[in-house]
Design a protein around this ligand. Structure first.
Ligand code: A3P
Length: 288
């Protein structure tokens, strides 16, 4: 795999994975179900924020860590996968998120084989910013990797972008989406704007709750803007009931990238973005 290839998300220590006394009280009841809805991508789009925000809903039960079942552990079988899930009561939705599914060739057919009714959520973000975010994550683990500029191009003066670099490849949303649409009708997919998830989390969560057939419970009242973090945070996290921002690896400063390089990448992505807007019927505003 190319430099900066998909790396497992660092689990934020603040992620409330341990059950609260109240949920432990209920943990004996209910049963484990395969997920009815999955956040399938995209890496660095804002997938952790979406999952953490959705978990506030009393009718959503989600596994915190990324299961990577449909890409790395498919041979373990559906019973193994189901066993990872939290117990649910009637009417509750089981969810998981593994952002690499969106770019995994086998994932659409495999998820459809589990259930063709599975609802799929994709958080998308300007592919240029997403690529820089992806690079920032790799750089934090391996500070000796080459510069962003040198990885992004095969031949920079000729403007030849290196599509095989995973940080670039993941942002070709239209190409990945084509594969999903061979297995799922468009109405079963929801595209969440990563930008709007930061600007107006309650507004984006409204769309998500409607799509999942949930009562609109998560609203503006659940969020506050944390000045220090520079991002919206939860007033009360699921599990702890305390204010909760995402961990240090979410909302990191990005290294400065040459403006000309960013322009070249915007030019490169423009036709793919246009196609993606056409396919989804929504202009995400990345080329404005
Ligand atoms: P950056 O760290 O590059 O800013 P994912 O969870 O899919 O890996 O996405 C990580 C990105 O989520 C972060 O990328 C950040 O911009 C974005 N994000 C969206 N809402 C956020 C929030 N409320 N707190 C922190 N990061 C958030």
């Amino acid at each position: 795999m190319a430099e900066g290839a998909a790396s497992q998300e660092e689990q934020s220590p603040e992620t409330p994975d341990s059950p609260s006394p109240i949920s432990s009280f209920f943990s004996g009841s209910g049963s484990k179900q395969l997920p009815q809805a999955i956040i399938i991508g995209v890496k660095k789009g804002g997938t952790r924020a979406l999952l953490e925000f959705l978990r506030v809903h009393p009718d959503v039960r989600a596994v915190g860590a990324e299961p990577h079942f449909f890409d790395r552990s498919y041979d373990k079988g559906l019973a193994w996968y189901r066993d990872l899930m939290p117990r649910t009561l009637d009417g509750q939705i089981t969810m998981e998120k593994t952002p690499s599914y969106f770019v995994t060739r086998e994932a659409p057919a495999r998820i459809s084989a589990m259930s063709k009714d599975t609802k799929l959520l994709v958080v998308v973000r300007d592919p240029v910013t997403r690529a820089v975010s992806d690079y920032t994550q790799t750089l934090s683990k391996r500070p000796d990797i080459p510069s962003f500029e040198s990885l992004a191009f095969r031949n920079r003066s000729a403007g030849l972008v290196d599509r095989s670099w995973s940080a670039i490849q993941i942002g070709l949303y239209a190409e990945h989406l084509e594969r999903w649409l061979r297995h799922f009708p468009a109405r079963q997919m929801l595209f969440v704007s990563g930008e709007r998830l930061v600007r107006d989390p309650a507004g984006e969560l409204g769309r998500v709750q409607d799509f999942l057939g949930l009562k609109r419970i998560i609203s503006d009242k659940h969020f506050y803007f944390n000045q220090t973090k520079g991002f919206p945070c939860l007033k009360k996290a699921e599990g702890s009931g305390r204010p909760h921002c995402l961990g240090k690896t979410k909302g990191r400063p990005h290294p400065e990238i040459d403006a000309q390089v960013l322009r070249q990448l915007r030019d490169f992505y423009r036709p793919f973005n246009r196609k993606f807007y056409q396919m989804t019927g929504h202009d995400f505003g990345w080329d404005g």
